[in-house]
Write a protein that binds this ligand. Structure first.
Ligand SMILES: NC(=O)c1ccc[n+]([C@@H]2O[C@H](COP(=O)([O-])OP(=O)(O)OC[C@H]3O[C@@H](n4cnc5c(N)ncnc54)[C@H](O)[C@@H]3O)[C@@H](O)[C@H]2O)c1
Length: 330
């Protein structure tokens, strides 16, 4: 069993902690939040040791795995320090998205993990569903043929006004990761955005992308729409077929080109995914499984490098929004 600590105990870190507590591959040993009462409250419920100082916890408990679920400015400024502290202490790290709100810091996080030979994952949880895997399998079996285009969309309500680019940087690590999962690296981006009534940030945006393999892609995202109806859709098409993945795990349909019979996978009632929280459960379990198996760090599914690549696409999109130009991803 891997000994696990969680850093940052807001709603998301608390969720991580509860999932580790239930996972047979993990033993939850430590919980840390600079707001001591948050660590105490979760410790009281789950039985691990509470701390309010990261180095103290790492020194006292020497965990194998650390989840970093801090947030901060643009939901990402507080990830760097505890991630580096945990890596320096020799721990494998699973960090929340966005990997960081600053590219230079994200690069350093990835290179520190690489130098130390440690596994570094990002919680790109939307790809960890049976339906998303099946779509990948169809693609790998050649059922789409030569890839042509991808259309992606995702919207939720998030009224926070912390930064003009909050929606782009904090929502779209997920969507860009799904796009990269099926279509590979993005080469160039163009972005338009708008502000919903009463908002001062770019709360809704559209992006055009060109992938390195020639695929063309489009993405729509918003922090302006209340939850309730379907919120995420991914459509990928090639010359031999097209799939549509609805809401990460709810339904996946393959439309073979030139064949009027389609194949539909529906999330099963028994043994299926219950809700969005299960994407966290699956993602965390996969990280634990890969660390337990001792896989090479560059084979981590949803890695730090994937998180960094997504953030670079978003940095190019922001530059495009500011300059009204197509921007190459560097
Ligand atoms: N993967 C997903 O689907 C998903 C969904 C929502 C949010 N998130 C991400 O989860 C993260 C956390 O979100 P939240 O809403 O729980 O945030 P939050 O601000 O409520 O909680 C973060 C906690 O981290 C603590 N913290 C910050 N720096 C610390 C440090 N150095 N040491 C110890 N504690 C520290 C803060 O005191 C706070 O209690 C964000 O990065 C967000 O982007 C991911």
């Amino acid at each position: 069993m891997l000994r696990v600590c969680v850093i940052g105990l807001g709603p998301i870190g608390t969720r991580h902690a509860s999932i580790y507590k239930e996972d047979p591959l993990a033993e939850l040993v430590g919980l840390c939040d600079v707001r001591r009462e948050r660590a105490d409250a979760v410790a009281c419920r789950l039985g691990a040791r509470p701390f309010c100082n990261v180095p103290e916890m790492l020194e006292a408990l020497r965990p194998d795995v650390v989840s970093v679920a801090t947030g901060g400015y643009e939901y990402g400024s507080d990830h760097y320090q505890p991630t580096v502290q945990a890596l320096e202490a020799g721990c494998h790290v699973l960090c929340e998205k966005p990997i960081s709100n600053e590219i230079a810091k994200a690069e350093e996080m990835v290179s520190r993990a690489r130098e130390r030979g440690l596994c570094f994952g990002v919680n790109l949880n939307h790809r960890f569903t049976p339906a998303a895997r099946l779509a990948k399998q169809w693609q790998e079996e050649g059922r789409l043929g030569h890839l042509l285009f991808i259309n992606m969309s995702m919207w939720i309500k998030n009224p926070a006004e912390s930064s003009p680019y909050f929606q782009i940087k904090a929502l779209h690590p997920h969507t860009v990761d799904i796009m990269r999962y099926y279509c590979g690296d993005v080469e160039a981006v163009q972005c338009f955005a708008t502000k919903a009534p009463g908002r001062s940030i770019w709360s809704t945006a559209q992006f055009n992308m060109r992938f390195r393999n020639g695929v063309v892609g489009h993405l729509t995202g918003s922090y302006d729409i209340e939850r309730g109806h379907p919120m995420e859709r991914c459509e990928v098409a090639g010359v031999k077929g097209r799939f549509v993945l609805e809401d990460m795990f709810r339904e996946l349909t393959l439309y073979p080109a030139g064949n009027l019979e389609k194949t539909v996978y529906s999330n099963p009632i028994f043994g299926g995914m219950r809700d969005f929280e299960d994407t966290f459960t699956n993602r965390i379990h996969r990280f634990l499984e890969q660390v337990t198996e001792g896989i090479a760090p560059d084979e981590i599914d949803g890695s730090g490098a994937d998180g960094l690549a997504a953030q670079k696409v978003l940095a190019a999109a922001i530059e495009s929004l500011e300059t009204e130009r197509v921007v190459g991803v560097r």
